[in-house]
Design a protein around this ligand. Structure first.
Ligand code: GDG
Length: 508
């Protein structure tokens, strides 16, 4: 019970490698992503801890190291590992979170699967996370909890430790009451979130939706609102709002609504984009692409990402514009996050079927219009592909933010390239200079891809300049700094040592 900052995040903040039968904890190979950003704040407090789960055959095994001390370039910190059995992980994560919560968060009522949910196990696992966080947190410490699979943690933690400052961040969208209230556990979830001091979202719309879900259960009276900053409004786009609720008072407790879009590590991607290896890779890829126009799509294999609809749009493009046959190619990288989750098998099959049909209809022995890649591409290669792609085609049906589009823009240090982006990705509110499209409309999808392929260089560059400025403004550090400042103004707010020094740490 000695940490001033406790981060509760499902992934462990390092890679575990077994060398000669001995476990070693190594810093993650790729400094890309949210984990290093969060760790960069560890150097700013005296003592910090991270709580994550780790699968264990027998959780009561005395040989299981529950708490490990890590020292790496981010400083010293404690990692508290919650031992969960394979059955607990399957129930709380793969079933309750992915089959019941995930479809509702993204607006897919028809995919909601209530039957296999074991609610007592979900509660038990969340309770265990809260206990682990409570055990690490010093008096008055700040605890930052991430994502919907830990929805009940703030409520439990508040019961255990009323002294803590608690923040909860949603990486997904948050739906309005009409959708959210499909969940029969809605009352428990909302009450848990209302026990936090800060509830965080990517964009104003999700905060407004959260308020609508709260209002369906409690009379919280008038709620203060603020104007949405101009750089979070893409005129006329589906997710843009003009005002945003800023706090909710319930039973005398004030919950701040923190709206900060997650960004990417622009400095890191810029450095990677400029290094020799990437340049060599990009040169090789460019030679492979030849004179073709290259379209690139990257995302996890998930129905929310709209992969099948996009492949169908590509098929229509080749049908509609015969002159493009043989001169336009699509690299569709769709990686399954977890092969153990059977819900994603039909999507994988569907992608393979459509891609195979397109190649069968429009390909030849030497030319295949679609390359479907179902395994993870190393990030350095991905950055090289970003540099080569004429068009990044990112059209999820629903997406909390979407970082791929921001990575593409950051990698385009040459100032060229076109981004086609779904207006149902949270990122769309920041990226009005992209070709925004509606993936539910075949006409809108067709119009957008035509516009992108035919766009003159001057317009491409003008749009890319605006996009690069938007992405650089709200990078990962901006996000973490903003959210942590709300959680604990004295430790992380403007003027604090943390705020003053955060740039150098993140470069570690
Ligand atoms: C959740 C929310 C929100 C993908 N393929 C490869 C690869 N990736 C990397 C990308 C990017 C990440 O995965 C995907 O991030 P997204 O933001 O697009 O999507 P989710 O995984 O669904 O993340 C989302 C995010 O949380 C943050 O709050 O934006 O809305 O759903 O970084 O580069 N990376 C490598 N090879 C691949 O083949 N190396």
């Amino acid at each position: 019970m000695s940490s001033d900052l406790v981060i509760v995040y499902h992934r462990q903040p390092y890679e575990e490698v077994v060398v000669d039968g001995k476990t070693e904890y190594r810093e993650n190979k790729s400094p890309n992503g949210i984990v290093p950003t969060l760790k960069s704040f560890f150097g700013k407090v005296e003592n910090a801890a991270w709580v994550a789960w780790k699968e264990a055959a027998t959780p009561s095994d005395p040989g299981f190291d529950r708490v490990v001390e890590i020292e790496d370039s981010f400083g010293r910190y404690t990692v508290s590992r919650l031992p969960l059995t394979a059955a607990q992980v399957r129930s709380f994560y793969h079933i309750t979170s992915k089959e019941a919560f995930w479809p509702i968060l993204h607006g897919f009522k028809e995919k909601y699967n209530y039957d296999p949910v074991d609610w007592p196990t979900f509660k038990e696992v969340n309770w265990a996370f809260a206990e682990a966080a409570a055990a690490e947190a010093a008096q008055g410490a700040s605890v930052w909890v991430h994502d919907y699979n830990l929805w009940l943690v703030p409520g439990y933690l508040r019961q255990m430790r009323p002294d803590l400052r608690i923040s909860f961040y949603h990486h997904t969208p948050f739906p309005s009451a009409d959708m959210f209230n499909v969940l029969p556990w809605r009352g428990e979830i909302i009450d848990s979130l209302l026990a936090a001091d800060v509830v965080g979202f990517h964009i104003p719309r999700y905060a407004a939706n959260f308020l609508s879900a709260v209002r369906s259960q409690h009379d919280v009276g008038n709620v203060p609102r603020a104007a949405v900053p101009a750089d979070l409004i893409a005129e006329g786009s589906a997710l843009s709002d003009r005002t945003v609720p800023t706090e909710i008072t319930h039973n005398g407790h004030v919950v701040q609504l923190g709206v900060t879009p997650v960004g990417v590590d622009v400095d890191y991607i810029t450095r990677l984009a400029g290094n020799e290896n990437t340049a060599t890779l990009a040169k090789r890829f460019r030679a492979e692409v030849g004179d073709s126009t290259m379209l690139l799509s990257v995302g996890r294999t998930d129905y929310t990402k709209g992969g099948a609809d996009q492949l169908l749009a590509f098929e229509r493009l080749l049908e509609r514009r015969p002159e493009l046959r043989g001169t336009v190619r699509l690299l569709h990288v769709s990686v399954s996050a977890n092969r153990a989750m059977t819900v994603y098998e039909p999507i994988q099959r569907e992608l393979e079927e459509i891609a195979g049909r397109i190649n069968g209809r429009f390909g030849s022995f030497t030319f295949q219009p679609v390359a479907l890649i179902s395994r993870a591409v190393p990030f350095e290669e991905l950055v090289a592909w970003y540099q080569v792609a004429d068009v990044a085609w990112i059209t999820p049906l629903a997406d909390g933010m979407n970082l791929v589009c921001k990575e593409y823009v950051s990698a385009r240090t040459d100032g060229d390239g076109v981004l086609v982006l779904s207006e149902f990705a949270g990122a769309a509110v920041e990226m009005g200079a992209a070709v925004l499209t509606n993936p539910f409309s075949t006409r809108a999808m067709d119009f957008a891809i035509d516009l992108a392929i035919d766009m003159p260089e001057e317009e491409r560059r003008a749009r890319m300049t605006l996009l690069r400025a938007a992405v650089a403004k709200r990078d990962t550090r901006h996000w973490a700094r903003d959210q942590l400042a709300m959680l604990s103004p004295e430790k992380f707010g403007e003027g604090s040592a943390a705020a003053a020094g955060s740039d150098e740490t993140a470069a570690a």
